[in-house]
Design a protein around this ligand. Sequence first.
Ligand SMILES: Cc1cc2nc3c(=O)[nH]c(=O)nc-3n(C[C@H](O)[C@H](O)[C@H](O)COP(=O)(O)OP(=O)(O)OC[C@H]3O[C@@H](n4cnc5c(N)ncnc54)[C@H](O)[C@@H]3O)c2cc1C
Length: 284
Amino acid sequence: MLDTIIIGNGPAGISAALYIQRAGLKSLIIGKDSGALAKAEKIENYYGFVNPISGKELVSNGLLQAKRLGAQYINDEVTGLSYDGNFMVYTANKNFSSKSVLIATGKVKNKPRFKGLEEFEGNGISYCAVCDGFFYRGKDVVVIGNSDYALHEAKELLPLVKSLTLLTDGNNLTINVPPSIKVNRKKIRSVEGTDFAEKISFEDGSKMHTDGIFIAAGSASSSDLAKKIGAEIDKDNIVVDENLHTNIDGLFAAGDCTGGMLQISKAVYEGSKAGTEIIKYVRS
Ligand SMILES: Cc1cc2nc3c(=O)[nH]c(=O)nc-3n(C[C@H](O)[C@H](O)[C@H](O)COP(=O)(O)OP(=O)(O)OC[C@H]3O[C@@H](n4cnc5c(N)ncnc54)[C@H](O)[C@@H]3O)c2cc1C
C-alpha cells in the first residue's frame, strides 16, 4: 500500500513529491506528458534561472530531482479514481491503492466542439460515467472519445445500458475496442433535442438517436477525476481550503487545477503545501 499517489508530473505534483520523499513516505507519481509546460518555449519569470529555460527542460529536471530522492514514477494516463477506505487509482494498464491522493493534473480540458454541447450539459450530456451511468439503465448511449479514457468510461456503462456506441468525432482510434462496443468514426456537427439531448447529427448529413451522451475526449481532466469521487468543483476548478484539502478526507489538489493564478510559482507553492499536509495526514 502506497502512502500517496500523485497524479500529474508538473510543477505542483513534483513539488509535493520532493517534500513527501524527504519525509520518508512512499509516493508514486503518475504522469502522461509534460502538461502545460510542454507548450512554454521560454520561461523567464520563475526564480533562480539567469537565462530563460524551456518548459520541457524544467519538467524533465523536476522529475529527475524527485527520482533522485527516491520517488517512483510511471508514465501512464489515469482514467479513474475511487474510494472505499483507501483510494484506488486506475490507469490504462494497472490499478494502484494508496492512503491519500494528490490531484495535480493542471488545467487542460479536452472538450469536443459541436453545436448543442453546452445547451444539453446536465440534460442528456454527462462528463462522468460512474456518477450518472445509473440514470441511463436500459438506454441507448454514446461515449465521445477515442482513447483509453473513453474506453474506461464505456466499460463503466456497458453493464447498465441497452446499447453503447463509441463516437470518435472524426479522430483516429488509439485503442482496441471490444466487439461489444460499436464504433462510429464520423465527425459530429450538432446535438439536438427539446428538453434533453435526443439526436446527434453528423457532418455527412446522417443522424442517430441517443438517450445519453458521455463526453470522454482526450484524457481525464482534473475535474473529471474529482467528480468521480465526489470532490467539490466550482467552474472547473477543484475546491480546496487554504491547506489544499478537498472535501474528501485524504484527497488533496494543487496547481492550475485549483484555479487562481495559472503560474509555475503558484503551482510550486501549492504542491509544497499539499506535500506537507499529506505527510501530516498519513502520519496521523
Ligand atoms: C504556452 C504556455 C506558456 C506558459 N508560460 C509560463 C511562464 O512563462 N511562467 C509561468 O510561471 N507559467 C507559465 N505557464 C503556466 C504554467 O505552465 C502552469 O501554471 C504550470 O505548469 C501549472 O503546473 P501544474 O503542475 O498545476 O500543471 P501542469 O504543468 O499542466 O502539469 C499537469 C500534469 O498532469 C499530467 N496529467 C494530466 N492529466 C493526466 C491524467 N489523466 N493522467 C496522468 N497524468 C495527467 C500531465 O501529464 C502533467 O504532467 C505557461 C503555460 C502555457 C500553456
